[in-house]
Design a binder for this molecule. Structure first.
Ligand code: ACO
Length: 328
């Protein structure tokens, strides 16, 4: 075991140019801007261009993160891509990204934990590094959810967007970096949020396409209740493991699914509003990309200073949840 401190040494993000606004959605399904904003806080989301796949978004975010970290791709030892919208079933999006970046010495794999995927990936990368296996790891959350969203279903199509966020992990000074991780899963709730078509249980057939089984299916109300419960408890657990109290949080970076779920986490942690990063209004829910995008944006906006205590927390399909406490 290597008793090194592991932290984030560079961040980057990428959002596709095309915007899909609530007004545009009004002409696609029976909905309205007022309903969407009051129930979700979302005003617009980004949509990948037809020629862009998840690895293309991941590549743009990764180039920026590598530049911020001041290292080149050939110095990477490992690439983990958290995604539920890989370019294809295999090879992994991480392998496709490895080739695009020219990260010849890096091992590469995808991690599937839906919206919790980025935190699961950070924990995995940190474990590899603490074990002494790798020194520099690229962790990416990247999604093209627009490809698995049913734009005839008003319950889901208003929620999701495309984007990517990336971080480079490296050794940092003692006392800095990740202090704790809390990961969890409840497979019994898997049917609340899933995509059935195209897997080994339901290969693509004319019937599966006609039945619209290649899109996200969600029980919004139950996911909402679960999210409110675990966002608070996961953050509490991660804080307790790190020996840090709520009062010491400088910035909360929650999964950006719904403003009301974020508000409940803010209240549970007793935080003033300005100590929470919120960009769900501009991007919607980008699953595994939401937290790294919000983090990269917070860094760009100068909202993260050396020595700050950050809490990352998310939940998603699986069901899964995850939280981490780190000192910047
Ligand atoms: N526009 C107008 N009306 C709508 C819309 C819409 N877009 N969508 C649903 N409604 C209607 C419903 O049909 C329902 O009508 P009814 O009462 O006549 O049946 C009414 O609005 C209320 O619906 P609810 O589902 O109760 O609305 P709720 O307040 O729960 O908000 C929402 C729905 C926004 C989906 C909420 O439940 C939510 O955010 N859930 C969590 C979703 C989430 O975080 N998913 C994470 C996915 S992450 C991943 O792993 C990919």
């Amino acid at each position: 075991m290597n008793d090194i401190s592991v932290g984030i040494i560079g961040t980057g993000k990428y959002a596709p140019e095309r915007r899909l606004t609530n007004q545009q959605l009004e002409s696609m399904v029976e909905t309205n801007d007022e309903w969407i904003v009051s129930r979700t806080g979302i005003r617009e989301r980004r949509i990948a261009a037809p020629e862009q796949a998840t690895s293309d978004l991941a590549y743009e975010a990764s180039v920026r993160a590598l530049e911020a970290a001041g290292i080149t791709a050939d110095q990477l030892d490992l690439i983990i891509v958290a995604t539920i919208t890989p370019d294809m079933l295999f090879p992994s999006t991480a392998c496709i990204l490895q080739e695009k970046l020219g990260a010849k010495k890096a091992a590469a794999f995808d991690l599937s934990a839906a919206c919790s995927g980025f935190i699961y990936s950070l924990a995995s990368a940190t474990a590899f590094m603490k074990m002494g296996m790798y020194r520099r790891v690229l962790v990416v959350g990247a999604e093209t959810l627009s490809r698995i969203t049913d734009y005839t279903d008003r319950n889901t199509c208003i929620l999701f967007g495309d984007g990517a966020g990336a971080v480079v992990l490296g050794e940092v000074a003692e006392g800095r970096g990740f202090k704790s991780f809390e990961l969890g899963a409840d497979g019994a709730g898997g049917e609340l949020l899933r995509l059935c078509g195209g897997g080994s249980r339901m290969p693509a057939t004319e019937q599966s396409i006609a039945d619209r089984r290649h899109f996200i299916e969600m029980n919004g109300r139950d996911v909402f209740k679960f999210a409110v419960r675990v966002m608070g408890s996961a953050a509490d657990e991660a804080l307790a493991k790190a020996g840090i109290s709520k009062e010491d949080i400088d910035l909360l970076i929650p999964h950006q699914a719904n403003i009301r779920i974020i508000q409940s986490a803010i209240e549970r942690l007793n935080l003033p509003q300005e100590k929470c990063m919120i960009n769900v209004d501009r991007y919607g829910n980008m699953s595994a990309a939401s937290i790294p995008m919000a983090l990269a944006e917070a860094v760009e906006e100068g909202r993260v200073k050396e020595g700050d205590t950050l809490v990352l927390v998310g939940f998603g399909g699986g069901l899964t949840w995850g939280a981490s406490v780190l000192t910047w």
